[in-house]
Design a protein around this ligand. Sequence first.
Ligand code: SAM
Length: 232
Amino acid sequence: QLSMRLTRVASHVPTGATVADIGSDHAYLPCYLVSQGLAERAVAGEVVKGPFESAKKQVKQEQLEDKIEVRLASGLEAIHPEDGITAITIAGMGGPLIVSILDHGLEKLAGVSRLILQPNVHAKAIREWAQTHQWAIVEEEIIKENNKIYEILVLERSSQPVVFTPAQLLMGPVLMKQQTEAFREKWQRESAQWTNIIASIESTEQTLEIVDKKNELVQKIKLVEEVLNGEN
Ligand code: SAM
């Protein structure tokens, strides 16, 4: 059975899409999408041999070889123009890695209308990328599974400039409005961690670098508190 995390990622794929799942590992997500009739066809991209073999095995086991192509390739190199990919999913990696995958294959996004991204950490990098490349964040979701908190960002091309405030970049424009329990828990956890870091560097030599770091954390705590208190 598919994890709640990947089930939620799948829920944002438009029905009938042709999907590329990059960093697919066991190809559970494309197998689910195609076998449930949610996606028409799919490409599963993997850069590492082991997971690539697992993906091939899974697709074969589910008898989906006519609809899912598994490719050994880095990032968006797995996509060819003739695939007609309309949606891309990238899940279970850090935000900066997801951004580097997008940046290295910008030309592959030509026919793609939706990106469904699930960064494990540092979603901010993706929001910065969206702003730079004029993709709007049309949906966001935050979920808790096995005591881990995950964010899902859904991007679509925007005809207007995309501009986020510092709070929106850090915490998510949609998530900030919803303020779900998982959201509040995530930011309370993060804020507590920053407070601990500040306390631990308090006793070290106060170099310029350390002072800068401390100020940055103090600012972030303030930003988070304002959002959680409904002041931002
Ligand atoms: N997407 C699956 C999920 O969410 O459960 C698997 C996540 S797994 C933690 C990350 C996968 O991404 C690994 O199998 C890794 O080999 C793959 N990966 C990392 N960098 C990649 C890249 N540049 N191109 C393709 N796959 C990559």
